[in-house]
Design a protein. Structure first.
Length: 155
């Protein structure tokens, strides 16, 4: 079966996100798809945080990428540790010019641009427990379905 992909407008049409962040998000979304993940932008977690890009693989493993467009973006937003309990792997996604020394070397690193991305450093595995995996999977499915129909959903 051939995979086809139409990149969702939902990754790009939020006027509150700067153009650079949108472009990096698009690149990460393409990488996730190419890795066999089903990507979802702006995934709302149970703790109220929003992951920039989340993906689920065929085995049900969750990967989250936090997109950082510049130094100020990284320094102003230190909520990323709140995402770790909701994924099996966590990555920072930055452009090639980002000052990488700012990023913790304990987390994965994706280098992205407008057209794609590549994993520069693998993320550590933090397997979710079964109950959390089920909850995150249901939340992911409901949000993906709601986005398909452009229906707001409180999940």
């Amino acid at each position: 079966m051939k995979n086809t992909l139409s990149f969702p407008e939902s990754c790009d049409d939020d006027p509150r996100r700067p153009d650079r962040t949108q472009a990096l998000t698009r690149g990460v979304t393409r990488l996730f798809f190419n890795l066999g993940l089903a990507p979802l932008c702006e995934f709302r977690l149970a703790n109220g945080r929003r992951a920039d890009v989340a993906g689920i693989d065929r085995k049900g493993r969750f990967i989250i990428a936090e997109v950082k467009s510049c130094r100020a973006d990284f320094e102003a937003d230190q909520k990323w540790p709140d995402y770790l309990d909701f994924c099996d792997q966590f990555y920072f996604a930055v452009d090639p010019d980002f000052p990488r020394a700012l990023l913790p070397d304990t987390e994965g690193l994706i280098i992205a641009d407008d057209y794609g991305a590549a994993i520069a450093r693998s993320a550590q595995d933090r397997p979710l427990n079964a109950a959390r995996r089920k909850a995150v999977t249901l939340r992911f499915a409901r949000q993906a379905a709601a986005k398909t129909f452009a229906a707001p959903m409180d999940v």
